[in-house]
Design a protein around this ligand. Structure first.
Ligand SMILES: Cc1ncc(COP(=O)(O)O)c(C=O)c1O
Length: 324
């Protein structure tokens, strides 16, 4: 886009009612928010369990700021990896049933980092058509051949895998699709990964904290396997920010050595890890939050008459909030 074209392009977006603008919030996230001096019921966020403004997370973060300060100084490889972040990684690995975990600044950064560190030119990545944009961007960045299969169409994926000459293959999917709330056919995908010698990369941004008693889809579907690499975000059900990848020690050590979005970025604030630990405790202890969420999901399900797939969790949260 040339400098003189920007304003015209923005005006065109506005004329088509597609101009993105930010609502300025004057309140924390929660069932009620304040925007431009008016109170609204919040009908849009991924704070599925109502933890984003929870006192336990706030206290943990405040205490950790006293203990560890605010900034992290540099990349963890340059300025040091905080003990509190190591503690969070150990807890996340144990909670998801994996050997090791690695914190990333965001889910976007994790998806870019993992896919581009495992694949390069001559390799191939297979992605569901409805994958999140960050997975697609990771696929593009990797320079591997990027093939997309029809949404949840295992036969189409198999056809693409059968035809590929690539040595290293990776299947990348959202475990729970962010727009419709339906799940990927994970057991069938793992079978294909085994049959065609591929990695299976699961983005569980919308399942972590919610499915498998909060432990995510690996637990929900008994999917622990050396070929599976798990990623979940911490800014949705966990109520904080950032993301983690959980896998074998070898995968995590490889990421520490090669994921550019881990290496060449300032580590996130140490206090964030303290909030994540507090959040994990609530996810474990307060199963009633998930029950409440599921009740509201089924309620909306009945109201909308949607059959066959769950409504997006984001929509379910609306009901959660309205009814609390
Ligand atoms: C499926 C999925 N993956 C990845 C992301 C990116 O995560 P983050 O917001 O932590 O960058 C999101 C949403 O933000 C998402 O919905």
């Amino acid at each position: 886009m040339r400098p003189d074209e920007l304003d015209t392009a923005l005006n065109n977006l506005a004329a088509e009612h597609r101009l993105r603008q930010r609502a300025i919030l004057h309140s924390p996230q929660g069932p009620h928010v304040r925007i431009d001096g008016r109170d609204y019921l919040a009908f849009a966020s991924n704070d599925y369990l109502g933890l984003a403004n929870h006192p336990a997370l706030k206290t943990a973060m405040q205490q950790a700021i006293d203990d560890w300060g605010v900034g992290s100084g540099a990349s963890a490889l340059v300025a040091g990896h905080f003990a509190i972040q190591q503690q969070a990684e150990t807890a996340l690995a144990a909670f998801t049933g994996c050997e090791a975990a690695l914190l990333f600044g965001s889910g976007y950064a994790a998806n870019l980092g993992v896919i581009s560190s495992l694949l390069g030119r001559g390799d191939a990545v297979f992605a569901d058509k409805l994958n999140h944009a960050s997975l697609n961007d990771g696929c593009l960045l990797s320079r591997a051949t990027f093939r997309r299969f029809r949404h949840n169409d295992v036969a189409h994926l198999e056809q693409l895998l059968r035809d590929t000459p690539a040595k290293t293959r990776l299947i990348a999917v959202d475990a729970v699709y962010s727009m419709d709330g339906d799940e990927a056919p994970l057991a069938a995908l793992l079978q294909l990964a085994e049959r065609y010698d591929a990695w299976l990369y699961l983005d569980d941004a919308h399942g972590f904290g919610v499915l498998g008693e909060g432990r995510g889809v690996l637990f929900d579907h008994a999917l622990h396997h050396p070929r599976v690499i798990y990623m979940a975000t911490l800014g949705k059900a966990a109520g904080v920010a950032g993301a983690f990848v959980a896998a074998s020690h070898s995968v995590v050590n490889w990421l520490i050595n090669s994921a550019r979005t881990y290496i060449f970025t300032t580590a996130h604030p140490p206090a964030q890890a303290a909030a994540v630990l507090a959040s994990l405790q609530l996810i474990k202890d307060e199963g009633w939050r998930r029950l409440q969420l599921q009740r509201h999901i089924s309620r909306r399900h009945l109201q909308s008459g949607v059959g066959g797939c769950q409504p997006a969790f984001g929509l379910a949260v609306l009901a959660w909030r309205v009814c609390r």
